[in-house]
Design a protein around this ligand. Sequence first.
Ligand code: NAD
Length: 492
Amino acid sequence: MTIAADSSTDLDRTRFFIDGAWVAPKGTETHLALEAATEAPLGTASLGTDADIDAAVRAARRALDDGPWGRTTPAERAAAMRRFAEALAARGADTATLVSRENGMPIGLSNAFNGEAPAGLLNMYADQIETMPLEETRPSPSGSTVVRRAPVGVVGAITPWNYPQALAMMKIAPALAAGCTVVLKPSPETALDGYILGDAAVEAGLPPGVLNIVVAGRESGAALVSHPLVDKIAFTGSTAAGRIIGAECGRLIRRCTLELGGKSAAIVLDDVDLDTFVAGLDNACFQNNGQTCTVQSRILAPRSRYAEVVEAVAQFAREMVVGDPLDPAVTCGPMASKAQLDRVLGYLDLGRASDARLVTGGGRPANLSRGWFVEPTVFADVDNRERIAQEEIFGPVVTITPYDDDDEAVRIANDSEYGLGGSVWTTDEHRGLALARRVRTGTIGVNYYLQDLGAPFGGMKGSGIGRELGPEALGNYLEFQSIYASADHLDH
Ligand code: NAD
């Protein structure tokens, strides 16, 4: 990367992807992305206005109503999606590196979620739409009824910065498979990688208007939510924003799926094999420097083995390698932004001011003078009512709370406004499964936690409404239509 005197870099993205072309912004506002590990300028992105969002929505509407996409067969859409997947896969390593530089994600994880998952999701939904029956004819009093599943229409997809490519594709892939068109509004923090989807769409020959990308802030995100030509909003982000977006969609009777925040629990049972637990700690409790909606940042430990569990978690945290996320040996990169760093440091202050015991970490690493790094931190003896146990911190910070028996562990796990992830750690798989069924959460692992892209994913309670991933997610983008035919159209 070269940084010129005016701070422009070869990563700048000053045009939006609308109607299959790179279009100049209608406004003048820009976002300067800084590299999370160095705070050096990475690139500048234009920020969209309501007028840019309007142009993108109109392009998506035309592609659906007048363009070829609305008339494609599932096989034609699947073929286009496979070409799109190939173009993304060819860029996968570069995409993963860019995202790690933007948001601090350790490169191995970024390769999986930003480099490989998007192409995998496109291929998965291409396979599914080719085999899914979209029309069925049933006998009826009038002769027959055709029950069809039609595309829901124009989709507004709004994504956060923590897994930008995978979260965007969890919406785009099933939407395209169903025959919808999409306007994607990525988060400014990960603006630069967002447009790689546009580069790949052009290479794949996706028809103009089928996918449109406008990076914008909250206000123009709100313009997308309430645009009259949008049929459905697919949102991933904070519960606070989800409440506003859900309320607006309710007012407009607009379909929406909301994938929101979490404050999940890892329940360590008294028969746990600590080596298994420690081996799974990274994915379950610290994934992506803790900047993961499903992290189990509340560890519940049985009093009978409490000291052992606290020591095992503390040792794991002390041994995490904090540093440049592009170094494959690093297990904890920086926070994605200065604002995110300040938020996490604020919670560390709250923890220190509470009755909790700081076991390790608690501040910024002394050896890293630049970059938004935080020490992996463990607070023990935490009352579950404390703010550090109730609010989403979104950093490498875990709390440990003791409990007496399985019933109390379930009660504490469920004592949260959220219900997104979770895990149970035990040498008795049946006991673990039985306990997992009692936790009110959208996903939960037994002796393991990692998202399964083939299974429905989403939240209970304040963690959201609806599910992404798995074949089930296609239903988010299809609408039933029943056609009462006057004659018998049944095939005999
Ligand atoms: P955020 O809610 O601040 O922003 C998310 C996206 O929504 C951004 O693109 C933002 O510009 C946009 N936005 C914010 N307010 C809006 C509004 N009123 N109208 C329209 N758009 C609006 O969240 P963030 O800080 O970017 O991301 C972190 C949050 O995302 C965490 O709470 C995390 O748990 C959650 N998350 C959830 C999941 C999940 O699948 N459940 C996955 C990843 C992240």
